[in-house]
Design a protein around this ligand. Structure first.
Ligand SMILES: [Zn+2]
Length: 168
């Protein structure tokens, strides 16, 4: 049995579990691209950096966002949270989530992967018509992508702290 029932929308603490799983999925499924200063100089380099102007002190970014210590941009994080809350409070969506037997974590995960059409999302788990309807319900939200806005190294240069935005 899953975590969803058609009769009750998720509680605030359950919504938090879904949101945390969604953010975690976004972090490991999105690449870290170069960060530039106001003069277009690459000050933090992605693994595939080909920037023409590169700072000699440029920090080396990990391949994926989850290799950074992430602090999400509060405003953009708030927009994603609103989208997730709207989605899981839709009665038709709730009925299909119950039918699929999804956990809260899996729902947050699939909400992200389905929006971006990669990995295995709602459409690819053998859920039949319920999976197709959940996929169709997610699609209007469009893609969602994480972008490194700024990055700093403190005492240990291998540990990078980043402010990360969410574009959707
Ligand atoms: Zn670069």
């Amino acid at each position: 049995m899953g975590d969803f029932t058609a009769e009750y929308p998720p509680s605030t603490s359950e919504e938090r579990v879904i949101v945390d799983a969604a953010l975690e999925t976004l972090a490991w499924s999105e690449h870290a691209y170069c960060v530039h200063d106001e003069h277009g100089v690459c000050i933090a380099s992605a693994t595939d950096c080909e920037c023409e102007k590169r700072s000699p002190d440029a920090l080396d970014l990990p391949e994926m966002i989850d290799g950074l210590v992430v602090e999400w941009d509060e405003h953009q994080r708030g927009q994603l949270v609103q989208q997730i809350i709207e989605f899981v409070n839709d009665p038709a969506v709730l009925a299909d989530l119950e039918a699929t037997g999804q956990s809260l974590e899996q729902c947050g995960h699939d909400f992200i992967l389905t929006r971006n059409g990669h990995g295995a999302g709602f459409w690819d788990r053998g859920y039949g018509a319920a999976g197709d309807r959940l996929t169709a319900a997610v699609k209007p939200y469009g893609g969602v992508h994480a972008t490194v806005l700024s990055v700093t190294a403190e005492d240990d240069p291998t540990v990078l702290y980043a402010t990360v935005g969410i574009e959707s």
